[in-house]
Design a protein around this ligand. Structure first.
Ligand SMILES: [Mg+2]
Length: 367
């Protein structure tokens, strides 16, 4: 086999998808209330029917036509379009739909990485051999999400996470953009530098003051000059501008857990004593979570009886949290089936499926 085709095969094995639900919260609301279809819908905290004090979380594409966008004050959105439908954030509903969507996406993936409530990277298995097959595969994914969950998503396909991510946002809603490795630079170069994940407003302003507004200018600029302003990040920025991203698609969930156990001075069956111990252990777990800046999804209860028989029970909740009361309440729920049996020798609480706080939104890199 000639060297060039080997190289292409290696690239194509890295075919990466980024799937992003379109105006996710608003789309879920419209799905629940079909009478809202086609109307400007604004989902936000404290909307009070429009004049509230909150901010826009998501809005439908119909609302975007009026200039409404996320992070805008609700009151401003109301001035732009008083006739829009203003709805409060129903996180529980969205988390449920998100879990189902992620399950569908995961089914198409060999490697999978959820990056937020409505976005994920996936790398398909070896049956997808090239970018033509990848395009058809992306259509199947879109159809499946639409059919099962009644919402649309946009998918970007590229040789790495960077390109896939930018491509998915390129033609929203209901978009599909495939960028082949050989077209990556051509695709990126005309874009403003702020399209590169990790380049926020501040960095973009700094770059602009250096005369670098478009990706092409950043890609071709002198790395020495760049490192005077951005230090170690300069090389990474230049690589990204050239369409190079070596980040792997991988699960961010860590296998780590935090747990605390306590053995009773004397074996006991007193529910008050047992609950009190659980509460103390929950406090200790909670403070360790905060210290390490972790969020969790699963609570584990361990019970050891006087005869040393040991049981564990766990419960996974639909959202990431570090809430003390969630730990305590879940542990006490799990405890109920063990009360009134033998005397307890030990109880323990653990939390697992941990994630660093803030990691959800960090995309490819942070400058
Ligand atoms: Mg989205």
């Amino acid at each position: 086999m000639p060297a060039s085709s080997l190289k292409i095969n290696a690239l194509e094995r890295r075919i990466t998808f980024h799937a992003d639900m379109d105006s996710f919260f608003a789309s879920v609301e419209v799905r629940e209330r079909p009478e809202l279809k086609g109307l400007p819908v604004v989902v936000g905290s404290d909307p009070k029917g429009g004049p509230g004090r909150g901010v826009v979380s998501t809005c439908s594409y119909e609302a975007r036509k009026y200039g409404i966008h996320s992070a805008m004050p609700i009151s401003q959105a109301y001035r732009l379009c008083p006739d829009a439908v203003f709805l409060p954030v129903n996180m529980k509903l969205y988390a449920g739909v998100s879990a189902k969507v992620m399950e569908i996406l995961r089914g198409f993936a060999d490697r999978f990485q959820q990056v937020s409530v409505d976005e994920a990277y996936l790398v398909p298995g070896p049956e997808i051999r090239n970018f033509e097959e990848a395009a058809l595969y992306a259509l199947r994914i879109k159809d499946e999400v639409q059919e099962q969950e009644g919402i649309t998503c946009s998918i970007g396909v590229g040789p790495n996470k960077l390109i896939a991510k930018i491509a998915s946002g390129f033609q929203k809603p209901d978009g599909l953009i495939v960028v082949r490795p050989e077209d990556a630079r051509k695709f990126l170069f005309p874009l403003p530098v702020s399209k590169i994940p990790g380049i926020g407003e501040k960095t973009a302003d700094k770059l602009k003051s250096m005369g670098l507004s478009r990706v092409e200018e950043l890609a071709n600029c002198d790395v020495q000059l760049l490192s005077e302003k951005f230090g170690k990040m300069a090389l990474r920025m230049k690589q990204l501008a050239n369409g190079l991203d070596f980040g792997e698609v991988r699960e961010k969930e860590s296998v780590k857990s935090i747990s605390r156990h306590g053995t009773f001075a004397e074996d006991t069956s007193d529910p008050v004593k047992i609950t009190e111990s659980l509460s103390m252990l929950a406090e200790s777990v909670h403070s360790s979570l905060l210290k390490n800046r972790f969020l969790f999804k699963t609570v584990i209860l361990t019970v050891r009886f006087e005869d040393f028989s040991t049981y564990t029970r766990s419960k996974t909740i639909p959202i990431w949290t570090s809430d003390f009361f969630v730990i305590k309440r879940t542990a006490i729920q799990l405890l109920s089936e063990f009360l009134g049996r033998q005397k307890f020798r030990l109880v323990g609480i653990g939390v697992t499926k941990l994630r660093k706080r803030g990691e959800k939104q960090s995309l490819i890199t942070d400058f």
